[in-house]
Design a protein around this ligand. Structure first.
Ligand SMILES: [Zn+2]
Length: 339
């Protein structure tokens, strides 16, 4: 009997037409994770995992954010084209003084951060990139994102947007000129109705590997995400000025949420936080993750301790164990105590 590839290969999760033969698809854009794990092939950083015995100092490379057979080769290239554009026009220029004329800063009364408008980045291109990230993470069964799911309606909405608005793949290539592609996005603007988001980053960070890749499985209104140097709150539906929203990172403060909101084709705005505010956020995330791991960690600790020392552990033993698992010099933050 002949081997029939189509019998075992699912169809692409974006176009639904071609076979999903692509392997090694990154669930996060390479440029977003490279500050955390390093460039492809030279990974040096660490991804967090909430398993109690996960040691974030052991090199996991990019494996937790790579998945096979979700997309066809064409749709993978369509996403890579979009990522290339956002990387060149936003990531590479955003904090580079040589491109200062591409951005304009404004201060918000009473806030320690500035709001930077990226007038030359096509706002729908950025929205589309975020849509592709949410979609990819929602599809993934990788441990890092296994608990994260969009609702089926949201997932299908994003799939439709991606298939309609990513550049065309024809004759085994994506070859549309950038300016032409951006004009097609203008023509497709109705697709983006109802998608809103807030983006924040830091101005500088002395150690850029001190970052997390997290999409919170429970903080869904808005969806709370951090990818290396970007923090994103993503709304399906326009937020209201007075409403209280889920804010895992503690970003939202006493300002009008609408002044920092992206959507409706408005120029892309990014909150640029001072280093210290970003550090406080990272420490809070780290503490939260440590706290979530505590029940599993305690079991592991008792098992290991009895096996090794054959006596009940003391509080000092526990604190020493936690220091081993979460070295205090890696991130600031207090070590939790056993009550
Ligand atoms: Zn496809």
């Amino acid at each position: 009997m002949l081997y029939r590839k189509s019998a075992i290969m699912p169809n692409c999760s974006i176009c639904l037409k071609r076979e999903a033969t692509q392997t090694g698809s990154h669930l996060l854009s390479a440029f977003m994770i490279e500050s955390v794990v390093g460039k492809r092939g030279h990974e040096k950083g660490f991804l967090l995992d909430d398993a109690p015995d996960f040691d974030y100092r052991s090199n996991t490379g990019a494996i937790p954010v790579v998945e096979n057979y979700l997309f066809c080769i064409g749709c993978e290239q369509r996403m890579a084209y979009l990522e290339g554009y956002v990387c060149t026009e936003y990531r590479d220029k955003f904090k580079n003084a040589r491109f200062g004329q591409n951005f304009s800063d404004s201060e918000i009364t009473g806030q320690s951060w500035i709001l930077r408008e990226a007038g030359r980045v096509h706002p729908h291109a950025f929205t589309l990139l975020l849509a592709s990230l949410l979609y990819r993470m929602s599809l993934s069964n990788k441990k890092l994102f296994a608990d994260f799911h969009l609702t089926p309606l949201e997932q299908e909405q994003l799939r439709g947007i991606l298939d309609a608005a990513l550049p065309p793949y024809e004759n085994f290539k994506v070859k549309i000129k950038t300016a032409h592609y951006l004009r097609t996005l203008d023509g497709n603007e109705a697709l983006f109705d109802g998608l809103y988001y807030i983006v924040a980053t830091y101005d500088r960070l002395h150690d850029e590997t001190m970052s997390f890749n997290i999409v919170h499985p429970a903080f869904r209104l808005p969806y709370n995400m951090m990818f290396g140097q970007l923090l994103i709150l993503f709304f399906f539906g326009k937020p209201r000025r007075e409403a209280i929203y889920l804010d895992f990172f503690g970003l939202l403060g006493n300002w009008d949420v609408l002044t920092t909101l992206n959507g409706d084709g408005m120029p892309l705005k990014t909150i640029v936080l001072p280093e210290q505010s970003w550090q406080v956020m990272l420490a809070n995330v780290r503490d939260e993750i440590v706290a979530q791991k505590i029940p599993g960690l305690i079991q592991l600790f008792f098992q290991e301790h009895y096996k090794k020392y054959r006596r009940p552990p003391t509080n000092e033993d526990w604190l020493g164990f936690l220091d081993l698992k979460f070295p205090p010099d890696q991130l600031s933050g207090d070590t939790p105590e056993v009550k």
